[in-house]
Each structure stands twice: as C-alpha cells, then as structure tokens.
Design a protein around this ligand. Structure first.
Ligand code: LLP
Length: 418
C-alpha cells in the first residue's frame, strides 16, 4: 500500500496538506495525484514494452473521469470500454476510435450498431453477437473473447474467466467461432481473455495466456488465420493493506511475453489494467460529522457513505483509513467509520485503530482511484461529490459536485396527480 508523508501531524498528498484540500473543496471529495497516475501507466507499459510491441488498454470502468482519461491519452494509452457511453466519453477525451476496444457482454443490437457507426474495434463476447454484427458490418475490426477456464479475483463477484462464466466464448468453441467469423467475411485480428480482477497470485495469468497461445496456434493451423495480437485482459492486484506485498508485474510481463514470443508468431501483446493504473493515485477525503461511543462499538460518522464508495459494503473490501489532520498522533481506540446512508451495511471501515476522533476531523480513505467514483450513486438522494486533481503543488477541480437540480431534472409528476 502506498504510504504518504507526514508534515507536522498533517497528511501530505501530492505536495499539499490533505485537510487543506478538503477545506477548499468541501467533502466528500476525491483527490487524484497526476504524477502518480502517469507513473503507474509508465510502469506497466515499460514492464511489457521492453519485450514486445505493447498496447495498454486502460480499463476505463475503473475511473472514467475526463481529466484522468486525457492524462492517459497523453501517455499513449489505449482503452478497454464496456459500453457505448464509455466509448463516447473516451472519444471526448481525445481517443481515436482505433485506440479503443469495445468489450461488451449481453450486448444489444442497438449498442452494436452505435459502436459500429463509431468504427470502434469490437471484442466479440458470444456467437449471437458475431451473427448480429455480421448483419451490420463485416468490415469491422474484431477480436474474440474466450473463456479460458481460469478464474481469479479478490472475491467471487469479480471472477470472470472460470469455466461456465457468463463472459466470452467457451474455449472449446474458439476455433469454430473464428471459422464462422471468416465465413461471415470478418478478418479477426486478436484473441482475448480476462480472468478476473484483483486476484492474489500470478499463476492464473500464465495459465490463461497458455490457453490463448494454444488457441492462437490452432486457429493458425486449422484455419490459416494469423492473429496479430494476444490480449491477456486486466486484473493485476494492488495492495490495499499496510505491508501487503505488491504483485510483481515485471515478472508477469517477462513470463507471458517469453511464452508468446517462443510459442507463437504473434508480436503484439495487449493488456487491460484498470485498478493497477488508477487505484493508489487517489484518496477520498471525508469529514467527521459525529463520534458515537456506544459502549459496545465506537463509531466515526462521516459524510461519505456507500453512495460515495461502495466497495466496502458491496465486496467487503478493505480500504485503509487515516485521520489526515492527526497523522502523527498515537492510536487510542478502535473505531468503525460509517456513512450517512440509512442502512447498517453503510461502513467504510471496521475496527480500525485510530487516534481519538473529533467532529470536523478529515478522514482520508486510501486506494480510492479505482471502482470508487465510477461506482458511486445518488442513493438516499445525495448528489455525487467533487473530484480534484493535484499537480505540481496546485489543485484543479475536474468534476463539480451534482446538485439537487441535477437529481430532480429528469423526473416528472404526471399532471393528473397534481
Ligand atoms: N478487462 C475486462 C474485460 C474487465 O472486465 C475488467 C474489469 C478489466 C479488464 C480491468 O480489471 P482490473 O485491472 O481493474 O482488475 N468493481 C470491482 C472490479 C470489477 C472489475 C470488472 N472488470 C471492484 O471494485 O473490485
């Protein structure tokens, strides 16, 4: 887990006092450090590109804020998009269609039409999607998503590659699907698998890439089709707890590129990290509204609930927390950090040793860059919060908070009820 500097008892983030950022922009607020974002992108890109031509398709479901996308666009990133909404957002940030790969699941014909109109390459998820796309445009640039029979993830909800998964074409039907694509007039360029998100070990990546290699060679031998790239998906783990080891992406890069270069004629690798690129670039700052000591449990009531950050409530995920304005104070007790949502599952953190909290304290929630703002909601009629970028000791607003007007804008009371 990334640690932050302390200056006179204050947490320093991107060269600035976190509590001062909170004061300036209000809370809750997501704050992203631009330098960390660029460094993460470069570290994963460099790990692979020293061995092979590499396309890093940032999985923008993790965080699709325009400013974040623009920074990654400048870095040379490609995109993994799952919806026409993500495609349009990335184009707005400056990505050309050719730098985006659309990987949908349960894709409607309407959406296929929209993506085809934008000329964005499509990663086919099912036989039905292939047949329907053939009726739209067989000139589309396509690849096929295979279920590799290897799954991995930080919890069951995010494992995608295991046998029987709803994602992709079963590996035994891979060659047949490429054959059908050729018959329909397509010329598929790549093969793809994604095992899941945030799993703890490196081995499943190797196993999945072995399956992709085997299928690539069968497709070449049986159909005479030479694929141009192997897309190993995303899913690299990021440490969320202090002292948790990091995943060795360098080692994975060396192992999988070795395998591909030795065993196939493919010379381009694609990968789709989301979490790895954005997770530890961002903190969520939330203010202590009240402190409740029940005799059984101690609660710090803050202004961010699972409407703002759903991962702890939804996946049981751990996010480290610290009091940003008491950064060097000794811990005095154990506290649950809870939000303003009227459900008992509205926890940000449980049983954490922290200094004695007071109303007005600013709590920093770590690793809030991935699947955080992008999964936030307006539950309990609470408008979504601001996002701020820190660069060179300066802050810039990159998303303003929603207002009650935004929430009410699309609602109508039928006249007869008035
Ligand atoms: N590629 C595909 C096809 C994916 O479905 C995903 C994530 C990724 C790449 C990026 O995976 P990453 O590198 O970020 O692990 N909301 C969950 C994670 C869901 C991931 C969904 N798919 C969470 O908060 O943990």
């Amino acid at each position: 887990m990334r640690e932050f500097e302390n200056s006179g008892g204050h947490m320093i983030f991107g060269g600035m006092r976190a509590d001062e950022i909170a004061k300036k922009y209000g809370t809750p607020v997501y704050v992203t450090d631009e330098d960390l974002l660029r460094a993460n992108y470069r570290s994963v890109h460099n790990a692979f590109s020293k061995y092979m031509d590499t396309r890093v398709h940032y999985a923008c479901k993790a965080n699709s804020s325009l400013a974040i996308l623009k920074i990654l666009e400048q870095e040379g990133s490609y995109i993994d998009a799952v919806s026409v909404g993500e495609v349009i957002t990335c184009m707005k940030a400056g990505f050309d269609a050719s730098r985006i790969l659309y990987t949908g699941t349960s894709v409607s014909t309407h959406e296929l039409n929209e993506v085809a109109k934008l000329k964005v390459p499509i990663n086919i998820d099912s036989a039905s999607e292939l047949e329907r796309l053939a009726k739209i445009d067989t000139g589309m640039d396509i690849s096929v998503r295979i279920t590799p029979g290897v799954g991995s993830g930080h919890c069951d909800k995010v494992v995608t590659g295991a046998e029987g998964s709803k994602f992709g074409i079963p590996m035994d039907a891979a060659v047949e699907t490429y054959g059908r694509a050729l018959d329909l007039g397509f010329k598929p360029k790549g093969i793809h698998a994604h095992i899941g998100s945030g799993g703890y070990t490196a081995e499943p990546f190797m196993e999945s890439v072995s399956v992709l290699i085997e299928k690539t060679n069968e497709i070449k031998d049986e159909l005479g089709l030479e694929l141009q790239y192997i897309n190993m998906g995303g899913g690299f783990k990021v440490p969320y707890k202090p002292n948790e080891p990091e995943m060795d992406v360098e080692e994975i890069a060396s192992a999988v590129t070795d395998m591909i270069l030795d065993e196939t004629s493919v010379r381009t690798i694609a990968l789709e990290p989301g979490r790895y690129i954005v997770c530890d670039t961002t903190i969520l700052l939330t203010r202590c509204n009240d402190v409740k000591l029940t005799g059984i449990k101690n609660y710090i009531g803050v202004d961010a609930g699972f409407n703002t950050l759903i991962r702890p409530a939804f996946y049981g995920s751990y996010h480290h927390v610290a009091i940003a304005n008491k950064f060097n104070k000794a811990c005095e007790g154990k506290y649950d950090v809870v939000g303003p949502i009227c459900e008992s599952g509205d926890h940000i953190a449980r049983d954490r040793a922290l200094p004695a909290p007071e109303e007005g304290d600013i709590i920093a929630v770590y690793n809030a860059g991935a699947y955080a703002f992008s999964m936030s909601s307006t539950y309990n009629s609470r408008p979504r919060c601001r996002e701020v970028l820190v660069n060179n000791g300066k802050t810039e607003l990159i998303r303003d908070n929603e207002t009650m007007e935004d929430l009410l804008r699309h609602q109508v009371i039928p006249k007869r009820l008035l």
